[in-house]
Design a protein around this ligand. Structure first.
Ligand SMILES: NC(=O)c1ccc[n+]([C@@H]2O[C@H](COP(=O)([O-])OP(=O)(O)OC[C@H]3O[C@@H](n4cnc5c(N)ncnc54)[C@H](O)[C@@H]3O)[C@@H](O)[C@H]2O)c1
Ligand SMILES: [Fe+2]
Length: 418
């Protein structure tokens, strides 16, 4: 076991969370009680599949029984195209909702956040792309996830696909943290195998990237960046997520009816996002923007595939964090370097067991595309600069080469040079 790391005088921490976070089977039945003080008109934002589930019907019936006027917008679409945001804002207008309930996966919860933003502040949404540009509070959001992975129910982030942009684009602001998060694992039971695997891999990347992000002393006298880097308050949450995912991801994928595995993944998604919502993610998320745009593979598949290589790149400065993760992944005791190596092996094994491919070649990337991906990834400075080591274009190219070949040793050599 790793010796506990004491809190020192230089330790810092930032957590930004909803006013209440509820977790547990049946917790969705609390939503009417939570929204009652916020007003009497509710807009539920979801997609057509989820609108037709027992969970959604129960939610609508419960709210109506509590006297709420409820309108359901069920036009949500995966990866959140920008025109859907406009459509949802149009549908919300005449209803003048007091509260927005986002019910579904990350796409529906992000849509709820976008509607809440545009009901409170003038559009277009693009004027808020980037960080800390939302000028003030938004319409209250209650976020109810039905997938286990994005953690959008607690994060200050929304992500959209804007046809005018080559890559997906985000709005990041503490004002986007939902007012309440209600995580009822039973809602994830019907989640398809691929969504379970990819969103679970995303949660693993959130946990391990936030754990191994760069350490910076916040400038307490000025506006904080949304992603402040690895910090003490998120660490235990991230480690709890690592442990839960190590034990449960493969079971949730291969035995979809396993209620314990589903609950464990819902918990992991939540705690990983509590950590990354302030600590941030880094290199895998930066590189996935480029890989995902070119290959049309999902966010979770990309960040999961890249994760072992990203950990390899930073391992010489994140040994403490990776040894803490080793304990949570039941990696046997060994000298530090060997145990860190075995920990990254174990991370890769968890991902492979869930069906995440090992290499970029496996998902159809041509080796000749890697240089362009390195150039493009360098542009996501907010993420690249949050990494554990400086990563210029050459380091990113080494990371991509290693991930294409499935050879972690190559990225270790680049790390020593960086
Ligand atoms: N805001 C954030 O902090 C954050 C973080 C990571 C990712 N994201 C974004 O989240 C989106 C991905 O979200 P996702 O992975 O949750 O998937 P999703 O919301 O895109 O949903 C994928 C599909 O799964 C279906 N689905 C969802 N729950 C189901 C259930 N319980 N049973 C059956 N089908 C179900 C949906 O109907 C949809 O067809 C991306 O746009 C990504 O960029 C946001
Ligand atoms: Fe992610």
């Amino acid at each position: 076991m790793t010796v506990p790391v004491p809190v020192t005088a230089t330790e810092t921490g930032v957590l930004r969370l909803p006013d209440q976070v509820l977790f547990g089977a049946g917790s969705v039945r609390q939503v009417p009680t939570l929204v009652a003080p916020l007003g009497s008109r509710v807009l539920i934002v979801t997609d057509s599949f989820m609108a037709d589930t027992d969970g959604c019907r129960l939610l609508v019936a419960g709210l109506r029984a509590a006297g709420q006027e409820v309108v359901v917008f069920d036009g949500g679409v995966p990866e959140l195209p920008l025109d859907v945001v406009d459509e949802a804002v149009g549908a919300a207008g005449p209803h003048a909702p007091d509260v927005i309930v986002g019910f579904g996966g990350g796409s529906s919860m992000d849509l709820a956040k976008a509607v809440a933003l545009l009901l409170a502040h003038p559009g277009p949404l693009s004027s808020y792309y980037g960080e800390n540009l939302v000028p003030g509070p938004v319409c209250p959001v209650v976020a109810v996830p039905t997938t286990a992975g994005t953690g959008s129910e607690v994060t200050p982030v929304l992500v959209v696909s804007d046809p005018e942009r080559q890559f997906k684009v985000g709005v990041s602001s503490p004002y986007l943290v939902p007012r309440y998060a209600v995580v009822d694992p039973e809602l994830t039971h019907g989640c398809p195998v691929t969504v379970t695997a990819h969103s679970g891999a995303d949660a693993f990347a959130h946990a391990l990237e936030s754990l191994t992000a760069g350490r910076r002393t916040p400038g307490w006298g000025s506006t904080l960046p949304v992603f402040v880097g690895a910090n003490r308050l998120g660490r235990t949450l991230a480690l709890d997520a690592v442990e839960a995912i190590g034990r449960s991801l493969a079971r949730a994928v291969h035995t979809p009816g396993d209620a314990d595995a589903r609950a464990s993944m819902a918990y992991a998604s939540l705690t990983a996002a509590m950590s990354f919502g302030s600590a941030g993610t880094h290199l895998g998320h930066a590189v996935q923007y480029a890989v995902g745009a070119a290959t049309h593979t999902s966010h979770g598949l990309g960040v999961g595939l890249l994760l072992p290589y990203v950990l390899e790149l930073g391992k010489h400065v994140t040994t403490t964090e990776l040894l803490l993760a080793a304990d949570r992944l039941d990696v046997p005791d060994a000298p530090d370097a060997a145990r860190v190596h075995a920990t990254i092996d174990r991370v890769q094994e968890v991902l492979l067991d869930a069906g995440i491919p090992r290499t970029l070649a496996d998902i159809g990337v041509a080796r000749g595309d890697l240089a362009a991906f390195a150039d493009q990834s360098s542009g996501f400075a907010r993420l690249v600069d949050n990494g554990p080591v400086p990563a210029d274009r050459d380091v990113l190219l080494a990371l991509l080469e290693a991930a294409w070949l499935g050879d972690r040793g190559r990225v270790a050599q680049a790390a020593v040079r960086s």
